[in-house]
Design a binder for this molecule. Structure first.
Ligand SMILES: *Cc1c(COP(=O)(O)O)cnc(C)c1O
Length: 364
């Protein structure tokens, strides 16, 4: 008979050793922890859309008649709608259960044990997470002090086993972009270049039109941030067509559930409303940035996304993070060497900015 100890011995050793991902927690859990009613919690830690999704999504999901049937495994209607939204033919497009799933699928497609993935920290934690799960080896090429990617360091890190590089643009958590020129340079020397445009709608800049001309470029997008669908899990990628063919082959057949496919379709029919929330968030980002800049103990980094990275230069980052939590305001705190004493603040509504600024003044 197999014992619990035997089970321990059966688990892949690299998975036993790997570091767990640190996800953010839902509002009800945060609310209970600090004993503040859920409706009074100000959640600025997940880069979620504070305006929520389109009302068309809520109506369509309430009235949908086919939850008892499997969704379209080829996502035909959604991919057609994405063709119109992106201006890129649907044969280049595939949707996933969040772009997180697509990160995993790309790595499953290319990575054999020991193959290398270039990561440019500080950046999104899912790249090393999924690389570890797939048995790949992460090679870090840290960003420079201004958080731009270090092309020379990347080139130095390359060898025969390098297969993939991930670049988030705008980057999470530093909120800056990587130029098209830099991306073209990487396309010349790395087998597969993945540009993660999770925050594209806030930056307005994309390299997606380059995909049909480059056999090794992938662009990832998501409905989680701009369309307010983080809870439904739907993202998509723009891939060279032969990569779409292989991903279609290896993905779970019904990877994007019926509700998520409907919700994404309805969002694409309500872009006028969604663009108005994007504009409100971008305007608020500028107002929040100005107010944070007035606090002389904060260094505020420029942002092309829906969040702002700040470095706390009075050494009190941890106290501030805890103090905000006690008042029901949740932001992301980092204390890695590259992000020492840093806070990442998602842009909320104007009342959230006002509450945050008042709280920061009270704490410091
Ligand atoms: C939030 C985020 C994602 C996750 O997108 P999902 O579609 O919700 O899985 C991907 N990449 C970056 C850089 C992000 O910040």
């Amino acid at each position: 008979m197999t014992s619990p100890e035997d089970i321990e011995g059966l688990v892949r050793p690299e998975l036993k050793a790997m570091k767990a991902y640190t996800p953010i927690e839902p509002t009800d859990v945060l609310s209970q922890r600090v004993e503040i009613a859920e409706e009074n919690v100000i959640k600025l830690d997940g880069n979620e859309n504070p305006y929520g999704c389109s009302t068309r999504v809520k109506q369509a999901l309430a009235n949908y008649a086919y939850y008892h049937l499997y969704p379209d495994p080829e996502q035909r209607e959604l991919r057609k709608a994405l063709e119109e939204y992106t201006g890129i033919s649907s044969e280049y497009i595939l949707a996933g259960s969040g772009s997180d799933e697509l990160i995993d699928l790309i790595l499953r497609l290319f990575i054999e044990p020991g193959d290398k993935v270039i990561n440019c920290p500080p950046t999104f934690g899912m790249y090393p997470f999924s690389t570890d799960v797939c048995g790949g080896k992460i090679v870090n090429a840290p960003r420079k002090l201004d958080f731009s990617v270090d092309v020379a360091a990347i080139k130095k890190a390359l060898d025969k086993r390098t297969k993939v590089i991930f670049i988030a643009s705008p980057n999470n958590p530093s909120a800056n972009m990587t130029s098209e020129q830099t991306i073209l340079e990487l396309l010349d020397c790395i087998p597969v270049v993945v540009i993660d445009e999770a925050y594209f709608e806030f930056s307005g800049t994309t390299v997606a039109p380059l995909v049909p001309k480059h056999p090794n470029l992938i662009v990832l997008r998501t409905f989680s941030k701009w369309a307010g669908l983080a809870g439904l899990r739907v993202g998509y990628g723009i891939f060279p067509t032969n990569i779409v063919k292989y991903l279609m082959k290896i993905k779970q057949p019904y990877n994007v559930n019926a509700a998520a496919q409907r919700a994404a379709l309805e969002s694409l029919k309500d872009t006028t409303y969604l663009h108005s929330t994007i504009k409100a968030i971008v305007d608020e980002r500028e107002r929040l940035s100005n107010k944070l800049n007035q606090l002389d103990w904060l260094k505020v980094y420029p942002s092309q996304a829906n969040f702002i990275l700040c470095s706390v230069i009075n050494g009190k980052a941890k106290t501030i993070h805890k103090g905000l939590q006690k008042m029901g305001i949740f932001v992301r705190y980092f204390d890695t060497p590259q992000l020492k004493d840093c806070l990442r603040i998602s842009v909320g509504k104007s009342e959230h900015t006002d509450a945050l600024i008042a709280a920061l003044k009270e704490i410091c």
